[in-house]
Design a protein around this ligand. Sequence first.
Ligand code: F6P
Length: 319
Amino acid sequence: MKRIAVLTSGGDAPGMNAAIRAVVRSAIYNGMEVYGIRRGYAGLLSADFVEMDLRTVGDIIHRGGTILRTARSEEFKTPEGMEKALENLKTLGIEGLVVIGGDGSFRGAIELSKRGVATIGIPATIDNDIPFTDYSIGFDTAINTVVEAVNKIRDTATSHERTFIIEVMGRESGHIALYSGLACGAETILVPEIPYTIEDVCEKVVTGLKRGKLHTIIILAEGAGNAFDVGKKIKDITGFETRVTVLGHLQRGGTPTAFDRILASQMGGKAVELLKSGLSNKMVGWVRGELVVTDLEKILTTQKTFNKELFELANILSI
Ligand code: F6P
């Protein structure tokens, strides 16, 4: 394999740049030429390619976001879009593609692979909702961002003896809420994977305050309800003052943690190694401290398991 390309797609995640750097430098080290595709699959259709050399990825390992930019492309999903993408890759003589993104991005990689382009996926999303990898790039940074924010909110929560509902990202998954909630010692964690009733939430607030807790921190995944509704209902039922903070896109930015940089570097290096050895249609994951390679199709047909034991533990520790 002489020439490969790399793109980032879907929501940006801290550590994507470290992964781009690792792909580019490993490929050059292995005697390949590398192109960056700007704005994900949209750039693949508009032939927005840029040749990458060692310097183009200098000084980016510590930067959040993605130097290649990212986008969601509807046109790429059409037969005409796919034709155009293949033509653009062929014109430049690109034989392999590394796709850095979430499961939606891997769908495109599978289609390209079926049509003869060798593709390797690298999981990058703060949601950490991709199966066959314990961590996706960006998750560790995101939960640390939440912890830092909640540390500050706690000061006010304690001073005013208030109940705070803090909404974190995760439209369909509660991994950010669970991990950050456990790390913050949150009284309650609400996630889409586990049903809850507002009455139970209120009971825990009341019991905690009765036994001398100075505040209540509730971490709510965005997919588990509206934070303002939850806050209002708690106030109506218990009479306690509530406040809401929606952390939003704050969680997607910022300098990646050392963990995310190391994970991204390892995955980027491995992706190039897989392309070099002729593999395609695979994702590089990280399971129990080791790099693991899985068929991309399996990623799309498997649901990532929610760690119920950790959820139970968080509940026990916050009694
Ligand atoms: O998938 C990552 C994510 O940050 C989700 O947690 C969130 O629901 C969504 O992206 C927001 O997407 P957008 O930035 O397109 O509004």
